[in-house]
Design a protein around this ligand. Structure first.
Ligand code: HEC
Ligand code: HEC
Length: 212
């Protein structure tokens, strides 16, 4: 409890010092999962195929199964607004309504929630000490505002950290975190978080079709 309170105030400080409002979803009504399952149909064309790859640059499409709902809404909103520049995802996020975003987020988030075991797998690289305050020691985001990294594809994590570092992906909290990281730190962090469990997972179309 004390841990969470402290880290959350650190987070609030980081945002407010920069005069930005973050996409904290605490007040957003929960999405409709049944509707979300219909919206997800198109998404599974990429996100529902294990190890499906983005071309140029080449990295695997992120796992969405078990990701935090608040973060999913925030990520899609960032594509719409342009803070995240990926052209295909900008198109996908802009072709759906805000209600669709809430519903599809609820759908991916709650089919199998990821609960933290609190225990890490393997030896954390030194650079991971900072990350635990928000992403948890085992990579499970401590609240819905912080994405779960546990079990995410290592090449996607690596790509994301480099995008924060270069400023291509804009985020006031992650930019200073990534700025100090060397390529070898990024590689080690990505590998470490990708190996943590309980893990994010690929929502296979046949699995999600029968889900609730
Ligand atoms: C043509 C393939 C494709 C389709 C279709 C697609 N996505 Fe994506 N999605 C991607 C790729 C590639 C990325 C990683 C982009 C990046 O690096 O920012 C991504 C990223 C995301 C992320 C960010 C994940 C994270 O961990 O930050 C979310 C959320 C997401 N997609 C949701 C959706 C939803 C919802 C739909 C359907 C409305 C959808 N996607 C359709 C390829 C696709
Ligand atoms: C103060 C809280 C905080 C700390 C500390 C922090 N992060 Fe983050 N991280 C966030 C937030 C908030 C986001 C979502 C930002 C966004 O919307 O782009 C994020 C996003 C990410 C993402 C993108 C996830 C995805 O699915 O696209 C990665 C990768 C990441 N962080 C890795 C790290 C690593 C590695 C460290 C330690 C070096 C770290 N973070 C430290 C708050 C934090």
């Amino acid at each position: 409890m004390g841990f969470i309170t402290v880290t959350r105030s650190v987070f609030a400080l980081a945002c407010c010092a920069l005069g930005l409002s973050t996409a904290v979803q605490a007040d957003t009504p929960a999405g409709d999962r049944a509707r979300g399952q219909k919206v997800a149909y198109t998404c599974l064309g990429c996100h529902g195929i294990p190890d499906y790859r983005n071309a140029y640059p080449n990295y695997r499409v992120p796992k969405l199964g078990g990701q935090h709902e608040g973060y999913l809404v925030s990520a899609l909103t960032e594509y719409r607004g342009g803070a995240r520049p990926h052209p295909t995802m900008r198109g996908q996020a802009s072709s759906v309504t805000e209600q669709d975003i809430r519903d599809v987020a609820a759908y991916f988030a709650t089919t199998t929630p990821v609960a933290s075991s609190g225990k890490a797998t393997g030896t954390a690289p030194a650079a991971a000490a900072t990350c635990a305050a928000c992403h948890g020691p085992d990579g499970v985001g401590i609240t819905g505002d912080f994405p779960t990294l546990a079990g995410q594809h290592a090449d996607y994590i690596e790509q994301a950290l480099k995008a924060y570092r270069s400023g291509k992906r804009q985020n006031a909290v992650m930019a200073p975190m990534a700025a100090a990281l060397k390529d070898e730190d990024i590689h080690a962090l990505a590998l470490y978080f990708s190996q943590q469990s309980p893990s994010l997972w690929v929502p296979l179309p046949q699995k999600t079709a029968s889900a609730r």
